[in-house]
Design a protein around this ligand. Structure first.
Ligand code: ZN
Length: 218
């Protein structure tokens, strides 16, 4: 039997997964963080994630998932490809890494099971999504069923941000009492600039517009 009060958080050190980490710390007695490396442009991301986990006494594990960057080209893992600034009509931006979330959830479920943990927490969101199919609720529910069937377990995948746009993610961080930590210590920027970021990349634009809206309504 997997431990009901234990959760593994898929954790990258960005705004979303950091908010999820603190959400999980409120919900569960035992929390671990799992961070994937996959040849993303800035491996500094891992050190940011490690620092947040250590500061909050959360056991932190890094898993090499670089196989996914060898399978197909995308602008997150290949610096020779210019990153799409906007979502092309009828498609996803070339920052899409095909299969990423399915592979991440599979790896995470195996790791969770090895610790006897029942819960998985991931920061995917359908509200602000760039059109990535593997951020949709229907995909997560399907993956949850598949993982349970694959391992004959009763995992629960939690997606606390699924229906929150970036403004509401900032609001959640504030509710959890970690607004300043998320604002100052996380790394969301595709160009590897911590906190407010470069301000130009799509990740920064989304994060900073959400922050501006939240601070205006506060
Ligand atoms: Zn940026």
């Amino acid at each position: 039997m997997l431990e009901k009060n234990a959760a593994l958080v898929l954790f990258s050190g960005g705004q979303d997964s950091t908010t999820c980490l603190f959400w999980a710390l409120k919900q569960f007695d035992s929390v671990r963080a799992l961070c994937f490396t996959y040849g993303q442009r800035h491996s500094q991301e891992v050190e940011v994630a490690r620092a947040i986990a250590e500061k909050n006494d959360v056991p932190f594990q890094v898993l090499d998932a670089s196989i996914i960057s060898h399978l197909a080209e995308n602008s997150l893992t290949n610096p020779d490809i210019v990153m799409d600034e906007e979502k092309p009509a009828g498609s996803f931006p070339n920052t899409f890494v095909p299969g990423r979330n399915l592979l991440f959830l599979t790896f995470a479920a195996v790791v969770a099971r090895s610790h006897g943990f029942k819960n998985l927490v991931t920061g995917v969101s359908e509200a602000d999504y760039s059109g990535y199919p593997d951020c949709r609720d229907t995909f997560i529910r399907s993956a949850n069923t598949t993982l349970n069937l694959a391992m004959d377990e009763e995992f629960i995948i939690h997606t606390p941000l699924m229906w929150r746009d970036k403004t509401k993610v900032w609001a959640l961080a504030d509710e959890l009492g970690v607004f300043d930590i998320v604002k100052n210590e996380t790394l969301t920027c595709y160009n590897g600039v911590i906190a407010g970021g470069c301000g130009r990349c799509p990740a920064c634009k989304l994060r900073n517009e959400g922050l501006k809206r939240y601070e205006e309504t506060k």
